[in-house]
Design a protein around this ligand. Structure first.
Ligand SMILES: *[C@@H]1O[C@H](CO)[C@@H](O)[C@H](O)[C@H]1NC(C)=O
Ligand SMILES: *[C@@H]1O[C@H](CO)[C@@H](O)[C@H](O)[C@H]1NC(C)=O
Ligand SMILES: *[C@@H]1O[C@H](CO)[C@@H](O)[C@H](O)[C@H]1NC(C)=O
Ligand SMILES: *[C@@H]1O[C@H](CO)[C@@H](O)[C@H](O)[C@H]1NC(C)=O
Length: 372
């Protein structure tokens, strides 16, 4: 019995000894750990304080040494700096950067300053502007009501004199090919540059062979007073309309939504912004609308009739004579262009809409060089 109890006691003893032995080692490790932690935290607190003080010292030193520049930095917060139009449209932004920047807009309708809205005249050209003298006369005396942007082949070196309205109005340009996405890119580039000027309210796309059919004040009032943007939009069921649609464009664009229109548009600031900020339709049109689908005739008309149909007049302000057939508009020579010719175009009135007002205010033809 006794021996058994001894054994039991011993067993107990041993087990308690084992149990006791474990915490002692653990305790030692724990104490070591806590000590290490304490040492580390003391060190880190000290370092933090030390460096913290040091960085505060550095910033205050930096601040005081940059003091003279602060006035200039603060000027960026003046309203004047946000709204001042750029006198020279040259910049170093890539297309991606430019479109992003141009997509900024104010969300409050009323401007907190006196804003006389301007019309941006955007010339999409190959190079020279043969009709520049005519446009100079058109713009004369209306300096606060318009701005001009010219997109030409990058190789073209403009030679405008300092007194010309076209002087320093060239925007950074790239090659634009007829019927290809690069043409729409050029148009978006023009819109984006023009959007950077907060005074621009209306945006007209023109080419070097366009002429105004009316004087400036007439054109200005016509555009400003219209509730609609002048984008030509129609549904052509034939091979040159719906025939260019590709099923891959669904479901974003249905064949019933597919539209065609003339390239020459006039849009307000809101529509201009929606063209510039588009990232939904662009990839689809770029991928599936390639010759013989001429993307500049379909991309904006289709996208805008889906997104902003009610805001469109569905017609262009620029008269192009397609009556002679073919892929290019009719050209007129010196003998054609007489007063009665202009009067005839001017007398085209739109029946349904804006009764009594002319349908067109610009006229485009190819080879206008012949005329002057
Ligand atoms: C634009 O970039 C060019 C070269 O990349 C440089 O020479 C020029 O100074 C830059 N202009 C501005 C306004 O930053
Ligand atoms: C502009 O043209 C309109 C219509 O043709 C005319 O009534 C107006 O007097 C002209 N304004 C100027 C300043 O020439
Ligand atoms: C798209 O077309 C299909 C027929 O092809 C039609 O059932 C559908 O309603 C159309 N959707 C829209 C939004 O027009
Ligand atoms: C242009 O067409 C759209 C439909 O796509 C329509 O909502 C709009 O009212 C039309 N504009 C005018 C001025 O009739």
């Amino acid at each position: 019995m006794e021996s058994r109890a001894m054994v039991l006691e011993e067993g107990k003893e041993r087990t308690t000894n084992q149990v006791k032995g474990l915490p002692i080692t653990l305790l030692r490790v724990l104490i070591l750990f806590v000590t290490i932690c304490a040492v580390f935290s003391v060190i880190s607190i000290y370092t933090l304080k030390h460096f913290g003080i040091e960085s505060v010292v550095t910033t205050s030193v930096m601040k005081s040494s940059f003091q003279p520049c602060r006035g200039e930095q603060d000027r960026l917060l003046d309203l004047e700096d946000w709204i001042r139009p750029n006198s020279n449209p040259i910049h170093n932004m890539s297309d991606k950067e430019l479109l992003w920047r141009a997509s900024f807009g104010s969300r409050i309708k009323d401007y907190p300053f006196k804003r006389v809205p301007k019309v941006a005249f955007m010339f999409l050209t190959k190079g020279p502007l043969p009709l520049a003298p005519l446009w100079e006369r058109f713009f004369k005396g209306n300096e606060r009501l318009y701005s001009i942007y010219v997109h030409s082949l990058p190789s073209f070196q403009p030679q405008f004199s300092r007194s010309s309205v076209f002087y320093n109005r060239q925007i950074p340009s790239k090659v634009a090919e007829w019927g290809r996405m690069s043409m729409c890119d050029a148009e978006r580039r023009l819109l984006a540059n023009a959007l950077l000027d907060i005074y621009n309210e209306q945006f007209v796309l023109l080419s070097e062979s366009c002429i105004p059919l009316y004087n400036f004040s007439f054109v200005y009032n016509y555009i400003m007073e219209s509730k609609h943007s002048f984008m030509s939009v129609f549904d052509d069921p034939g091979p040159y309309g719906r025939g260019r649609y590709r099923n891959e464009m669904a479901p974003l664009v249905n064949i019933t939504q597919w539209r065609k229109g003339s390239q020459w548009f006039e849009v307000n600031r809101k529509i201009a912004t929606s063209i510039v900020e588009d990232t939904r339709y662009y990839p689809i049109f770029e991928k599936y609308c390639r010759p013989a689908c001429y993307v500049d005739e379909h991309y904006f008309p289709t996208m805008l009739s889906i997104e902003a149909g009610k805001a469109l007049a569905n017609r262009s302000l620029t008269w192009v004579d397609w009556s002679r057939g073919g892929a290019h508009p009719a050209s007129f020579g010196k003998s054609d262009i007489r007063e009665e010719f202009i009067v005839r175009i001017r007398s085209r009135h739109h029946c349904k809409y804006m009764k009594g007002t002319p349908q067109f205010v610009f006229f485009l033809q190819e080879n206008f060089l012949l005329v002057l």
